[in-house]
Design a protein around this ligand. Sequence first.
Ligand SMILES: [Cu+2]
Length: 164
Amino acid sequence: MKMLPSLSVLRVAVPALLLAVAGPVLAQVKVTAPWVRATVAQQSSTGAFMQLQSPKAVKLVSVSTPVAGIVEVHEMAMDGPVMRMRAVPALELPAGKPVELKPGGYHVMLMDLKGPVKEGDQVPFTLVFEGADQKRETVQIKASVKALGAAAKDDHSGHAGHQH
Ligand SMILES: [Cu+2]
């Protein structure tokens, strides 16, 4: 019984210490191999793809780029027999686990493009991540534009629903 008071003191002290250590360490979300699909004539939307990894659980809450009027994070999901895209309000990044944005899966949807996106261009993006503590982290990246391949054409056919 004599141990109890000191134990409870310890229990309070440990989380406080962890907090003090974790506080100043910034969670850096790693963005790997970002790319944007080049547009063809008359095309007003395209997709951006990349791999995201965060040391702690965060969510991607906002993406913006000067080349598009509207930017959303989309997921592909089956709607009966048809694969459709829908906007997700936030993309969860579990701690330490890479999340792949790729054709046929999650992607950043660029709509209302200001002009053609050409192969070889560099497109700047601002990504905003939010942690469980509501703290926000902004990451600036540049994505290279790659041409639309024959195989890549199919998986964005669902984009017909994005006309404005
Ligand atoms: Cu989309």
